[in-house]
Ligand binder design. Structure first.
Ligand code: SF4
Length: 113
């Protein structure tokens, strides 16, 4: 369901991530689900926190998971070509199903970071 706040997020996030080389995933259902979750998280906790990452209660650390959190996790997400939730993908991605969520520790162990 569309709400004014959700549409603000859609426009604002779209502009911000474009500057970083990302776009909304082509998976439209996932986009709606995650934006709805972020509207609710903002309502409850005051900011559109990531629906896929746990808040710690530490303000400085939690700021790093306010959407879009790409600048704080750039190398990690660039290596996956997607953000952790998959809401955003690199601009050249057409099939997001081919992209996997890979923990940072795993990428480091593989020498990819
Ligand atoms: S992982 Fe994706 S959806 Fe979650 S906060 Fe970061 S950019 Fe937003």
């Amino acid at each position: 369901m569309s709400t004014p706040r959700k549409e603000v997020f859609r426009k604002y996030f779209g502009r911000v991530v474009a500057l970083l080389g990302y776009k909304f995933t082509p998976d439209a259902e996932l986009v709606e689900e995650l934006l709805d979750a972020e509207v609710e998280l903002e309502r409850q906790f005051g900011a559109p926190y990531c629906p896929c990452q746990a808040r710690t209660g530490d303000r400085a650390r939690d700021r790093e998971i306010v959407c879009p959190c790409i600048p704080y996790h750039r190398a990690h997400y660039d290596a996956m070509k997607r953000c952790w939730c998959g809401l955003f993908v690199h601009q050249d991605v057409e099939d997001p199903s081919a992209l996997k969520q890979i923990p940072l520790s795993e990428l480091k162990a593989q020498g990819k970071l």
